[in-house]
Design a protein around this ligand. Structure first.
Ligand SMILES: [Fe+2]
Ligand SMILES: [Fe+2]
Length: 296
């Protein structure tokens, strides 16, 4: 199990590629690193690795990736193959050395990758031109799944994820789970999808602080965009949050101060309490039905 590594990248489908690229570069401040095979590769600019790929299509997740070492890649490839999971060897994305792709039980494609640029980086020496409001990195992905329990078991059994917290519904099925591969509370979230077309609830970018989030939200507002929810602090993970819908049709979260979890900690089981606000520890922020049920 790795320490501080979070998810490496995600490729999202968007309804209008040029509009989405313009928003993510002009407003979010991401840097365009490459274009190939209809995918536009964008990064936060602190290293040479891409964080977000955009491809025109519908909406939701085309695939997402976790960064591993070469040794881990071979170990996981063997374990997945031994378990009868179809894996495909791939190294065709910019900055990527090697990788395997496979599908989660719910159908969403996931990768394990090794990258060329894995040295140490510092914000005062960025790899590319970026603004002060630009996110630091990708933080986590919250998928929507029509079978949270199966996806959760797959990530635990084959890829050494641990479940930090989960919410079990009245029927006994898990309706929300937060899983970690390293020390942070969650790298992958799984939300129950009422509609099977949804694959994504949100993709989260890492920010330094509430102040960094404020600068970003001021920029967002100055360009005519509004938040959907927040800013506030979550219960599960204790991370700060603010959500908005990006042009192209996917929900983005800004986050900071994600809790770390002891490797041996037991899974926290939370109950659904429709009377109280389970999203915010501060209160004063009420999630809409759209926030709770709609994805992309
Ligand atoms: Fe990838
Ligand atoms: Fe999140």
């Amino acid at each position: 199990m790795s320490g501080v590594k979070k998810i490496e990248h995600a490729v999202l489908e968007v309804t209008d590629i040029e509009e989405a690229v313009e928003f993510h570069t002009d407003v979010v401040g991401l840097v365009e690193l490459d274009r190939q095979d209809d995918v536009v590769y964008l990064g936060c600019g602190l290293d040479e690795n891409y964080d977000l790929g955009l491809i025109e299509g519908e909406t939701g997740v085309e695939h997402f990736a976790l960064r591993v070492t070469e040794t881990e890649l071979e170990e996981y490839a063997t374990r997945l193959e031994d378990a009868g999971v179809d894996t495909e060897r791939r190294s065709d994305e910019p900055g990527q050395r090697d990788g395997i792709r496979f599908a989660l039980p719910s159908g969403t494609d996931m990768e394990l990758v090794t990258v060329a640029d894995s040295a140490y980086h510092h914000p005062v020496k960025p790899a590319a031109d970026r603004t002060a409001a630009t996110p630091r990195d990708l933080d986590h992905i919250n998928l929507m799944s029509h079978n949270v329990d199966e996806d959760m078991a797959f990530l635990e059994e084959h890829l050494d994820f641990a479940v930090s917290d989960k919410i079990v519904g009245e029927t006994g099925f898990t309706v929300q789970a937060w899983l970690r591969h390293g020390r942070f509370h969650h790298d992958v979230g799984l939300s129950n999808a009422n509609d099977v077309v949804y694959s994504l609830h949100h993709l989260a970018f890492q920010m330094d602080s509430l102040d960094h989030m404020k600068s970003f939200c001021d920029r967002l507002a100055s360009k005519g965009y509004r938040l959907e929810l927040g800013p506030s602090r979550h219960n599960a993970g204790s991370n700060l949050f603010a959500y908005f819908w990006a042009p192209g049709g996917n929900r983005i979260e800004l986050t900071a101060e994600m809790a770390t979890v002891d490797p041996d900690a037991e899974t926290g089981v939370r109950e659904i309490d429709k009377e109280s606000n389970t999203v915010s520890t501060w209160g004063g922020v009420v999630p809409t039905k759209e926030f709770l049920e709609e994805g992309s």
